[in-house]
Ligand binder design. Structure first.
Ligand code: FAD
Length: 387
């Protein structure tokens, strides 16, 4: 057993950290408040190869795994730049296309995802179905060589920045008459695909949208994979990378908040010559949050290692646990940081309250803490399914 990164992973961590710090949380917040995107940071990360670390070299990537992508997510977040689209585009979309797309789809999409010139976002959530994807109502109907999609999606991140949306739909299975999931690569400018931006209480340069699919016609090769049978495995292929990278983003955000708070409490003096960090009422909550973040990081490392070793089922358990632990730890760390900074904690300048919305959302999305507890209760504790 080893807890050490390889020399290459160490180098990657240091380089991404340096890039993140060059931009920093001030840049992230400024972009968010101006309604702009972190275009420069994304482009530079793409140029340096960080967005494609998990994509095979033959498609322009770095040939690494989810361990490497988790490092990128964590270090950018630890520098105050938690980029949700890392989870959506390189983690979910690139993995799904690489593992279950056709060779033509891999060649068409992966190089652009690797160098950051292309983003593909992911649309599964629907207003009616919510956490229960078995109730998905977006339907794909075959019409000659084309597919025609109809339905509604909600909270879809980054549609305004992406060239394609990977849409999860259902299609009539001719052999059984039942509906089964199928994934489609739909261009964001397709006729019949419209969107409206949701007002979210999250300080973020990335936006969420309602998506309306009204008779969206796409050619046969928009269907992900060789046949309809690719749908279900492709859907599941995205889950582990999603959980592991979103957990890494949470852990990085937690580290960032604890670092900001520790710097402050180690220097702020309001009772004579002693810093406020001398008081255990201040230092213990911070130390507690640091323990929770570090525990989450261990589970992320385990999940990523299992995933990269091809042990998908075990990675599923660890990935869910990592996501749960990191979501809770990040929320705790940011809330604690705000508290120990006192009034400064609520200012934009000190850069911690700006993360409250994001870490709160991290306990809901992309999978809620309750659905993870359901998963653990059922698959680890052997309880009957409760829903
Ligand atoms: C910032 C943000 C970005 C997002 N980006 C995307 C995206 O890019 N693409 C995408 O497809 N989706 C995205 N989502 C949607 C996100 O994945 C969903 O919000 C999440 O899965 C929960 O679904 P819901 O909102 O419909 O909640 P609901 O399913 O309505 O659940 C509401 C509450 O009930 C609880 N609950 C529901 N069922 C059960 C049960 N059986 N047992 C116990 N508790 C239960 C849930 O845990 C939750 O607390 C995003 C959401 C946010 C907030």
């Amino acid at each position: 057993m080893t807890f050490d990164l390889t020399p290459e992973q160490d180098q990657l961590r240091d380089a991404v950290r340096a890039l993140g710090r060059r931009y920093g949380h001030g840049y992230f917040v400024e972009k968010a408040k101006a309604g702009e995107h972190t275009t420069e940071l994304w482009a530079e990360a793409g140029r340096l190869g960080y967005l494609g670390v998990n994509i095979p070299t033959e498609y322009g990537g770095g040939g690494g795994g989810i361990t490497e992508l988790a490092i990128v997510c964590e270090e950018l977040a630890a520098a105050g730049c938690p980029l949700l689209l890392l989870v959506v585009s390189p983690a979910i979309a690139a993995t799904v296309i690489n593992r279950h797309g056709t060779e033509e789809q891999r060649k068409r999409h992966l190089p652009g995802l690797a160098d950051g010139s292309q983003k593909i976002v992911f649309a599964i959530t629907e207003p009616e179905a919510g956490s229960n994807f078995h109730r998905l109502g977006t339907v794909a109907r075959r019409d000659g060589d084309d597919w025609v999609l109809n339905g509604r999606k909600c909270y879809i991140s980054g549609v305004d920045e992406a060239g394609h949306v990977l849409v999860v739909a259902r299609t009539e299975d001719s052999s059984t008459g039942k509906l089964k999931p199928a994934l489609f690569l739909v261009p964001t400018d397709a006729a019949g695909l419209t969107r409206s931006k949701l007002d979210m209480e999250i300080v973020s340069p990335e936006n969420q949208f309602l998506l309306y699919l009204d008779d969206v016609r796409v050619p046969a090769d928009a269907l992900l994979g060789e046949s309809l049978d690719a749908g279900l495995p492709a859907l599941f292929a995205g889950l582990n990378p999603e959980r592991i990278t979103v957990a890494a983003m949470g852990a990085g955000t937690g580290r960032y908040a604890i670092e900001r708070a520790s710097e402050y409490t180690a220097t702020r003096k309001v009772w004579g010559g002693r810093t406020i960090g001398t008081h255990q009422g201040v230092s213990h909550p911070l130390a507690h949050a640091a323990v929770q973040v570090e525990l989450a990081r261990l589970m992320i490392q385990k999940a990523a290692t299992l995933y990269d070793a091809g042990r998908d089922l075990e990675a599923g358990v660890s990935g869910n646990m990592a996501k749960y632990a990191a979501g809770e730890a990040a929320a705790l760390a940011v809330d604690t940081a705000v508290q120990v900074l006192g009034g400064a904690g609520m200012t934009t300048e000190y850069g911690v309250a700006t993360l409250l919305g994001a870490v709160r959302a991290g306990r809901i999305a992309p999978v809620s803490r309750e659905m993870i507890l359901n998963f653990v209760a059922q698959h680890v504790l052997g309880q009957d399914k409760s829903y």
